[in-house]
Ligand binder design. Structure first.
Ligand SMILES: Nc1ncnc2c1ncn2[C@@H]1O[C@H](COP(=O)(O)OP(=O)(O)OP(=O)(O)O)[C@@H](O)[C@H]1O
Ligand SMILES: [Mg+2]
Length: 242
């Protein structure tokens, strides 16, 4: 039922607003997640016996939130039991105490609960300390997923309680595959100029999928490479150097 509601909501949003490619085509299942193959295979092999406290670290735009939501989806966590906390906003002890208290309340019929702490290194030291006990012994069927671009800023006592997943930037081949998947769904043809533009996108995106999709969306209608380069940098590689 929740999935149907979610799909209806996405279709409604799609019709109402122009959803950007990187949001619209965010992978929803483990087998759609491109790159970091060894980590993904390891997760697939261990399914459904996943640790209840996980730390996902990666550079910005490299798939932390995406993977956290996939884990939640694969665990069949209903949207009403999935909570995403922006630790840059709700970073203090009071907000975290409320979340901890809620985590101990039992969901209906033993459903799975997933709590995602985005940018968790922004939590105050008191808030991190408050999370030590529950992250060491989470309530049954309750999962904590900490996401961070700076895991070294997390208190070692909290960090050490987590199963660590460190995502890396993707290779150019993997980024190309992500762009191709989106192009196929949008029925965009790879003309010779667009292929050249995509090579430019690869050099600009440096293995960051979100960056690649933002660039692809903004440059896909350019008629040649020079136009694309000018749009991004204000000049082309062929312009005379001073
Ligand atoms: N492995 C992947 N396969 C396919 N697409 C991906 C992958 N990882 C990320 N993306 C795309 O990149 C976008 C950004 O990823 P995501 O939001 O997960 O990054 P993040 O690491 O959480 O970034 P931030 O640090 O800014 O929160 C996603 O919406 C998705 O479209
Ligand atoms: Mg994120």
């Amino acid at each position: 039922m929740w999935e149907t509601l979610e799909i209806r909501y996405i279709l409604y949003m799609k019709g109402k607003y122009n959803v950007p490619f990187h949001i619209d085509y965010r992978p929803a299942k483990l087998n759609e997640f491109i790159g970091n193959g060894e980590i993904i295979r390891d997760l697939q092999a261990k399914f459904p016996h996943w640790p209840q406290t996980i730390l996902i670290s990666a550079p910005s735009g490299c798939g932390k939130t995406t993977l956290a939501r996939i884990i939640s989806h694969e665990l069949k966590c209903a949207p009403m039991y999935m909570k995403e906390i922006d630790a840059a906003q709700d970073r203090g002890i009071d907000a975290i105490r409320t979340i901890i208290k809620e985590s101990y309340s039992r969901p209906l019929m033993g459903a799975v609960k997933v709590i995602i702490f985005d940018e968790c290194h922004m939590l105050t030291p008191e808030a991190m300390n408050a999370l030590l006990k529950i992250s060491e012994e989470p309530p049954p069927k309750t999962y904590f997923i900490f996401c961070s671009t700076a895991p070294e800023k997390i208190l070692p006592t909290l960090r050490n309680r987590c199963f660590k997943i460190k995502l890396s930037n993707l290779s150019d081949r993997e980024i190309s595959l992500i762009i191709k998947n989106v192009a196929d769904k949008e029925v965009i043809e790879f003309t010779e100029p667009l292929k050249q533009i995509c090579r430019f996108i690869l050099s600009e995106a440096k293995g960051v999928p979100r960056e690649a999709l933002l660039l692809f969306e903004s440059l896909k209608d350019c008629t040649n490479l020079e136009e694309a380069q000018t749009k991004i940098h204000g000049f082309t590689d062929n312009d005379p150097k001073i």
